[in-house]
Write a protein that binds this ligand. Structure first.
Ligand code: SF4
Length: 333
């Protein structure tokens, strides 16, 4: 049996887990190709206009896989942390795919909802496994094996080995040596780690000789402690992690700048990005750059903004003794 896993959305957070799980059960796992122009164009053509860039990319990956596999993996991811949700688009994804793309093979669209009990989690895992085998002992051991792989993968990311297009980089993107410029690169993992979708932002920053700090490299529990101090609880998982990162950075101030990469059409970012920008400006003088991407964004414009941002940081370090770009130090308010 061939199971297709599209390189989009949950892929960058969970792909090693599901690959190891289905391979341990004896299935052949086929990945879609890394995102390219054709995949993006196909996705943009075959989804609703108001979808965000990552959802369009996901549709393109499903089209890339549809004639090669027996099943396509499109779980209905409601929640991966108790009391939180991911995004309404994740919740309704199987329907979006079904009604937007013709001739989609049968989907593995099991519901993932960690708002339910541990018992429900194992019921969910059996449901995923039973597409391949009814042997529950085999499913138990495949899941245990997959969890080990998943933990190793998470550890590699925490050490700065970014899974660009799904392949862990050989070296850490974070050197940690004193005196090196460090930029916190914030945004949803499935946009940042997708080389084509993010306009190669990671490679561009590396070429500009910058250390990159990602929210996934920080301790999730610590970020949660920060976000828990918000007046109103952030119940979107990605939003909570990004908000916790911003609060941590604003307090610790051990970075030179923050770049937030957002998707045009993302309802969650429209709130979270604004909250983060306000927090960075009111509680720190860390320079902040917002880059919003969609399928029409011109790469030359992104390059210019990145280069100007890094130039400005260099200039501040050399000539200004880190004066605020917002006038705080100059005006004394
Ligand atoms: S969180 Fe935003 S970017 Fe992610 S799928 Fe939802 S709308 Fe799209």
């Amino acid at each position: 049996m061939k199971i297709g896993i599209p390189r989009g959305l949950w892929f960058y957070d969970y792909y090693p887990l599901w690959k190891a799980f289905y391979e341990a059960l004896g299935a052949e796992v086929i990945l879609s190709s890394p995102t390219n122009k054709h995949i993006l164009d196909q996705g943009a053509k075959n989804t609703v206009d108001e979808a965000c860039l990552p959802v369009k990319i996901l549709h393109g990956h499903i089209i890339d896989l549809r004639d090669k596999v027996d099943y396509i993996f499109v779980p209905r991811m409601m929640s991966v942390y108790k009391g939180e949700y991911i995004c309404p688009k994740f919740c309704g994804l199987p329907e979006m795919v079904k009604y937007s793309i013709k001739n989609v093979p049968p989907m593995i669209d099991t519901v993932i909802n960690f708002n339910k009990s541990r018992k429900s989690l194992m019921t969910t895992i059996y449901e995923f496994g039973e597409y391949v085998t009814k042997d529950r002992k085999k499913i138990d051991s495949a899941y245990a094996e997959a969890l080990k792989k998943y933990k190793q993968y998470k550890q590699s990311i925490a050490e700065g080995r970014i899974p660009l297009n799904g392949e862990l980089m050989k070296e850490s993107c974070f050197n940690g040596k004193r005196g090196r410029k460090t930029i916190a690169l914030m945004g949803h993992s499935y946009l940042i780690y997708d080389n084509f979708g993010s306009m190669e932002i990671i490679n561009k920053l590396k070429a500009l000789n910058v250390d990159i700090l990602l929210p996934e490299m920080l301790d999730n529990g610590r970020l949660r402690d920060y976000s828990d101090t918000l007046e109103k609880r952030m119940f979107w998982s990605y939003g909570r992690r990004l908000m916790g990162t911003a609060m941590y950075l604003a307090e610790n101030k051990d970075i030179d700048g923050v770049i937030y990469v957002s998707s045009f059409g993302c309802g969650i970012d429209s709130i979270v990005e604004e909250l983060i920008e306000r927090r960075m400006r009111s509680e720190s003088d860390i320079p902040f750059l917002l880059i919003t991407l969609d399928e029409h964004t011109g790469e030359a414009g992104v390059n210019t903004r990145l280069e100007a941002f890094i130039d400005m940081i260099d200039w501040r370090r050399k000539n200004e003794g880190n004066l605020s770009p917002y006038g705080k130090s100059i005006c004394g308010n």
